[in-house]
Design a protein around this ligand. Structure first.
Ligand code: GLY
Length: 434
């Protein structure tokens, strides 16, 4: 098969690796917004262009005639790349623009869950003007302001984290109304967040292992929000979740997939990535994404034992129920190395070097350029190191050796996957549930 991948970060690097390692993949072709040297090595054709230019991606596909495509990032999905590819006869293991609203419109998803009586929603209201907003926001106690559309991780403002007084939140919400047309004001949840990503073929939902991401830049969950500094999973469930929590999250995704089909008259095919939170009374939905998480893809795909090309074709064909999708029962810890100043004032153009690495440690390139004399950072997350082991401590130590090996003006979160940090999550959930 000839397979088209759109995107060029570390998430796409591991997607490319999983596709290329399949005996069914004869050729991997890539449409990317920048050169990723590691993905280029795996591809027979690597084209740099605007991944959100749906006509350009379609023309590339028409010239190269892939058997199917998979889209890494959210923006091309929201722009309608899948619609154009499908119109050109290329099936996709990613959703169309209409179904991608699951991620690209926060109001759409909140209203969908509401209309179909799916559990997990907060108290919420969408606003097209600020009339009545302050009163409503105050009535929620602490609240969250969510821009309707995609804002690259900057569209969610949480009271207590990003603003203090309700009035500040309302001012920020007014700006989102100007840019997006409307804004969602919703109840703030207290608990532990986790990502449950599922392969979905329109009918069937197959979950990946639950994973915890770390959004804040600095040790101890401090500092600005980032794309994600790293993530971990256990061989089984995360230690602060119950089996019932996972069951509830799975049920929300199953019901949401069915509701999408009913509401939009078409099946969602791709990844439904639920950003969930375990709270005192069960599980709630923070948001859905319509793609693999980054860094979560590094955990899940590292452990996927089933041929990933088979998973993609079963997603497209609606036959996920006929495939035995297995993940190795191991812990994985992913830690990103990022440039000093990331994410607000990143250094750019600095050379970095990866030192000696322990056997079995894998790494995935993100925002880096390969020049003749080595690797240079381009300003965003640079390299993801993934430690995989029978237990979380060993996996964490491996990933830590990876990030420590990098020389140059970088930083990372040494606390991700450590016993101390995970114990604090367990203690928090225990005290909430008492
Ligand atoms: N893990 C955050 C994201 O992929 O959006």
């Amino acid at each position: 098969m000839k397979i088209l991948l759109v995107g060029n970060g570390a998430r796409e690097h591991i997607i490319a690796e999983k596709l290329a390692e399949s005996p069914k993949c004869d050729e991997l072709i890539v449409f990317a917004s920048a050169l990723n040297p590691a993905i280029e090595n795996l591809a027979s054709t690597y084209h740099v262009g605007d991944i959100n230019d749906v006509q350009a991606v379609r023309e590339f596909a028409e010239q190269n005639k892939p058997d199917f495509a998979i889209i890494g990032p959210e923006n091309p999905i929201a722009a309608g790349v899948v619609d154009e590819l499908e119109a050109a006869g290329v099936p996709c293991a990613s959703p169309t623009k209409k179904l991608g609203q699951l991620e690209s419109s926060k109001a759409f998803t909140r209203n969908l869950l509401d209309k179909y009586h799916i559990p997990g929603n907060p108290y919420f209201r969408t606003f097209e003007s600020d009339e009545g907003m302050l009163e409503y926001a105050k009535s929620l106690g602490e609240f969250v302001v969510k821009a309707d559309g995609l804002h690259g991780g900057k569209g969610v403002l949480v009271q207590g984290d990003h603003f203090k007084e309700a009035e500040e939140g309302v001012e920020a919400a007014k700006k989102f109304i100007e840019s997006d047309g409307y804004v969602v004001i919703e109840e703030k949840f207290i608990g532990q967040e986790f990502s449950l990503m599922s392969f979905v073929d329109g009918e069937h939902v197959v979950d990946m292992p639950p994973i915890q991401d770390h959004k804040r830049a600095f040790v101890g969950d401090t500092g600005p929000n980032t794309g994600g500094m790293g993530s971990y999973n256990y061989a089984e469930n995360l230690p602060f979740l119950t089996k019932q929590d996972l069951k509830e999250a799975h049920e929300i995704t199953v019901k949401t997939a069915a509701a999408l089909k009913e509401e939009l008259g078409a099946p969602f095919k791709g990844i439904m990535y639920g950003g969930f939170i375990a709270v005192k009374g069960g599980v709630r939905l923070i948001e859905y994404n319509a793609r693999f998480g980054d860094p979560e893809a590094m955990n899940a795909l590292s452990l996927l034992e089933t041929d990933f090309v088979d998973v993609c074709t079963a997603t497209i064909d609606g036959t996920l129920d006929q495939l035995d999708i297995r993940f190795s029962k191991k812990a994985a810890v992913c830690k990103y190395v990022v440039p000093e100043g990331y994410p607000t004032n990143s250094r750019k153009g600095d050379k970095i070097e990866i030192g000696e690495l322990p056997e079995g440690l894998r790494y995935y390139l993100a925002s880096v350029d390969q020049r003749e004399d080595g690797l240079y950072m381009l300003g965003s997350r640079a390299i993801a190191f993934v430690g995989i082991a029978d237990n979380i401590d060993e996996a964490e130590q491996l990933a830590q050796k990876g990030v420590e090996s990098v020389s140059g003006p970088v930083f990372y979160r040494e606390d991700i996957g450590t016993a101390e940090l995970i114990q604090s999550r367990i203690d928090m959930m225990k005290s909430l549930r008492e």
